[in-house]
Design a protein around this ligand. Structure first.
Ligand code: SAH
Ligand code: SF4
Length: 370
């Protein structure tokens, strides 16, 4: 999502006469597109901003902008401006369409601190920056032909650990006609349909659901389709059957489980049990033998016991994911889990994370053995 949004920002500025560079030493404008999903992401970006802020660059004036999820958090934009008085621009998640105006204002010596709470529509120009086979501009997977299209914005699932609904706002599905015309730009490679929970897609004009959208887009194209992320609760048999039968759907499926303990999943407000997840995977694998699965797992959610963690380990052993993104639980202020009792000590969270990463590494290695 962030890679795609950075590409959109680059496209807006390219069409405004600027040139994109990844060389931050010589750039005239530095844009930090931030993430706030875990505390470590936040700390890293703040230290990078601090570094950029303190660099002298021989008196050369550099515009510094901070955009995205971190700036959208309550009170953060103002405190960033206070902490880093040479910051020129702060925009949130809903108004990156204003970046070119903000850059012009910065050039004229005027600061922008602009956070709004509802998504604002803007058109991303068709430029080489977003629509390209030119891999030097596609940062996600160099050397591959990978494209992204947002199908939804925001999220209303309110998983209790997650900050996303608070910084990305309510769920909005884009009209299928809009997605279709963006999709038509791509003739080769793989298009990732993006949303926090793609399965909750519903076209506001035609009521077409996610499976309908996949069928529609894949009818007459050479492009492969993938999507990020699916929510196990809404991963239906119909979707599994579509993945299996549709030759234009990539068989690498990302399905975040978060925990293997049903008790913890309930506290996380995920809306499925560990057994539901196992059943969905068994069904998908029965229909589609060549499917490859990846997942996300959080270790040390409040009150997670050794037994809960053992259930996660067992589920990982049983399912044998091709890869897993495993992180310690990170407290996010403003989320329900942050106020839950029995927070797990950092040391235990880290130990569990390391143990699970090691287990997953062995599983992934065993899978690639001939
Ligand atoms: N919408 C997607 C992903 C959103 S965030 C989904 O539901 O799967 C990406 C991943 O970050 C999540 O899958 C989760 O594993 C992780 N994550 C989110 N909040 C977190 C937190 N507070 N601590 C640790 N990991 C978190
Ligand atoms: Fe966060 Fe849950 Fe929404 Fe994913 S589905 S973005 S984890 S609230």
């Amino acid at each position: 999502m962030n890679v795609h949004e950075s590409d959109k920002i680059a496209a807006l500025l390219t069409s405004h006469g600027l040139t994109r560079t990844d060389d931050h030493e010589t750039a005239d404008i530095l844009i930090f597109n931030t993430c706030t999903v875990r505390n470590t992401a936040e700390e890293k970006i703040i230290s990078h901003i601090g570094l950029a802020h303190s660099q002298k660059r021989g008196g050369r004036r550099v515009t510094i902008a901070v955009v995205g999820c971190l700036s959208q958090r309550e009170g953060v934009a103002t405190s960033l401006m206070k902490k880093f008085p040479r910051l020129d621009i702060i925009l949130g998640t809903h108004n990156i369409g204003r970046i070119a105006t903000a850059v012009d204002n910065a050039t004229a010596g005027k600061k922008t601190l602009d956070i709004i709470t509802e998504r604002e529509d803007f058109t991303v120009p068709v430029t080489d920056t977003v629509r390209t086979d030119n891999t030097d501009l596609v940062t996600h997977k160099p050397g591959t032909d990978t494209h992204f299209i947002n199908i939804t914005y925001g999220c209303e699932n309110y998983c209790t650990y997650c900050i996303v609904p608070y910084v990305r706002g309510k769920l909005i599905s884009r009209p299928m006609s809009e997605i279709e015309s963006e999709f038509a730009e791509y003739k080769t490679g793989t298009v990732y349909l993006l949303g926090q929970n793609v399965n909750s897609y519903k076209c506001p004009e035609t009521n077409t659901d996610f499976v309908g959208l996949l069928r529609h887009l894949s009818r007459d194209t050479n492009v492969m389709l993938n999507f990020l992320s699916s929510h196990p609760r809404d991963f239906t048999n119909e979707l599994a059957a579509e993945i299996a039968s549709n030759p234009r759907i990539d068989k690498n499926i990302h399905l975040p489980i978060q925990s293997g303990s049903t008790r913890i999943l309930k506290l996380m407000n995920r809306g499925y049990t560990a057994d539901d997840f196992r059943a969905k995977i068994a069904n998908l694998r029965a229909l589609c033998v060549d499917v490859k699965l990846t997942t996300d797992i959080i270790c040390g959610f409040p009150s997670e016991t050794d037994d809960d963690f053992a259930e996660t380990m067992q589920l990982v052993r049983d399912i044998k994911f091709n890869a897993a993104f495993i992180f310690p639980y990170s407290r996010r202020s403003g989320t329900p889990a942050d106020k839950m009792p029995d927070q797990i000590p950092q040391k235990i969270k880290k130990e569990r994370t390391t143990k699970l990463i090691e287990l997953q590494r062995q599983i992934a290695n065993a899978k690639i053995q001939p």
